[in-house]
Write a protein that binds this ligand. Sequence first.
Ligand code: ZN
Length: 205
Amino acid sequence: MPLPCRQWWRRTERWHIVSMSDAPLVAHSLAEVYLYILATPCGSCGRGPLSGEEAEPCDDQAVGFTVAVTAKCGSCQSVALLKFKLPGPPQAVSADQAAVVNLTNEPSRMLDIAQWLTLFRMKTEAAGEELNKTAARRLSLEAAQCLDEALKFYEEDNDLPTKDAFFHDGSRERFRDHPEQFSRQRLLHLRSKLPTRWLMRPGGG
Ligand SMILES: [Zn+2]
């Protein structure tokens, strides 16, 4: 089995690599990759948060575009090397814009609906605490995109998500205990109060 991320192996071999899956996770964008890292507990201690270093392209780009991200746990300091397959090379984003998470209608394959709702809450709280207006607007745009991702797990005529919207036992438990949090009407109402990226371009409103 060839090692597609050789330079990363070299760089991380002095650390304890806590998880190294052979198959990269399929992401829609680099923004989704970093949201995944933010919402994923440490594979070693079960806590976190994980913080990701800059993504590095892997050597083997035969199929798709694959990047490796070193993620370090803020609790136990373990280091994980994570690999992600992207649709193409990441696009540059200006400082006042939120990076696009997923322009397709396909729901995320890495983060489930409960994780998107948690990310929405985190980004909304961060926006509320941010004093810099530009940064606060970017966080609101990120929060809006997290809700958009959650809303992709519903069928048109159903107020509650389908079974395959949940990837983890913890998420299913949350749905069982608090189904009201997953009401599509509720999410649509929250979404209506948030900005839409395309209206926030400089000079565009
Ligand atoms: Zn840890």
